[in-house]
Design a protein around this ligand. Structure first.
Ligand SMILES: Nc1ncnc2c1ncn2[C@@H]1O[C@H](COP(=O)(O)OP(=O)(O)OP(=O)(O)O)[C@@H](O)[C@H]1O
Ligand SMILES: [Mg+2]
Length: 297
């Protein structure tokens, strides 16, 4: 336990020293989640990561959807090593990070990693140590599974920003509200930077209506600020790209969905980096939230 706290102190000291030197420590960590499954998280995470990389940022995409290896499928790659190998100290961070050929680097999830809280103390420390090497990235985008597992909540809580994806479907909206409610009640959410993306819209007005409704109910019933980050058109090019196992922003860069993603990135870039965020904060919160539900630390 003392060892782990010591490691974290080191990491935070290093990342703040780096940011004072004007180098690292400004890593922006964005978690993408949803209430309902299948609403487009993985497509949005992957293509958002590429759009960020196209701006010249150093981007890492991390698959924390531990059930199905979704990002692999969309990128058309089969990773040999993943977070599991890092946690078991079988591989180093550099050995598990893959160059995708799309300007971003990718870390595959691990099915043996279903709940961070279930890791042994040593494994957790290996994870924290390993991941701390990511502080040289500008942006880390984390794709999670749908719903409210502890694992998803840990990533949401630890990140600088959480992007909630919904579609205009009533069931998706209800489930998005459900996960926002859990975030509001289970964690210190008032300074959280919760943002909404409405995917698969038929029109700008449709997206705006969904967002206005969500913002109104989260404000009224949860006293929580939700920002509307943008919409993505329902676009056949997305489905075609999935079939071809290539990101749609590469196959159809001028298409409707691709343009929407580029708008979303430029809106994210206009948002100021929040004070106290970054990799040190991410790790501290990630470990902190484990200890909350495992009753340790
Ligand atoms: N903007 C879009 N236009 C058209 N089809 C889309 C769009 N976004 C997603 N889809 C379709 O929805 C499917 C599911 O998308 P994706 O795998 O990204 O969802 P997910 O939220 O990550 O799912 P899961 O919850 O299973 O992880 C895609 O394979 C594609 O067919
Ligand atoms: Mg997915």
């Amino acid at each position: 336990m003392a060892d782990q706290a010591e490691t974290l102190r080191e990491i935070m000291k290093n990342s703040s020293a780096a940011s004072h030197a004007g180098q690292e420590g400004k890593t922006r960590i964005i978690t993408i989640t949803s209430g309902k499954g299948g609403v487009g998280k993985t497509n949005i995470s992957t293509n958002l990561a590429i759009a960020y990389a196209q701006l010249g940022k150093k981007v890492i995409l991390m698959d924390a959807d531990l059930g199905l290896a979704n990002v692999n499928v969309i990128l058309g790659i089969i990773p040999k090593f993943n977070l599991y190998h890092l946690i078991r100290k079988q591989k180093t961070l550099n050995e598990i990070i893959l160059d995708t050929g799309y300007g971003l680097r990718f870390i595959a999830g691990a099915s043996g990693f279903a709940r961070i809280a279930n890791l042994t103390e040593e494994e957790r420390q290996n994870f924290v140590e390993g991941i701390s090497g990511l502080s040289s990235a500008d942006v880390i985008i984390i794709d999670t599974s749908a719903g409210v597992s502890n694992n998803v909540l840990s990533f949401v809580e630890a990140a600088d920003e959480a992007l909630i994806v919904t579609t205009p479907e009533p069931t998706a909206i209800t489930d998005a509200y459900g996960i926002i409610k859990i975030i509001a009640t289970e964690m210190d959410s008032h300074n959280m930077g919760l943002k909404l993306i409405v995917n698969r819209v038929k029109s700008v007005v449709e997206g705006r209506k969904v967002a206005e409704r969500m913002i109104q109910i989260t404000g009224q019933f949860l006293n929580l600020k939700l920002d509307y980050l943008g919409y993505v058109y329902d676009d056949q090019a997305v489905q075609n790209a999935v079939l071809k196992q290539k990101p749609f922003i590469i196959l159809d860069p001028k298409g409707r969905a691709s343009i929407c993603l580029k708008h979303i990135v430029s809106r994210l870039e206009k948002v100021e980096y929040r004070e106290g965020g970054g990799i040190g904060n991410f790790l501290r919160k990630l470990v902190g939230s484990q200890s909350r539900d495992s009753g340790e630390l």
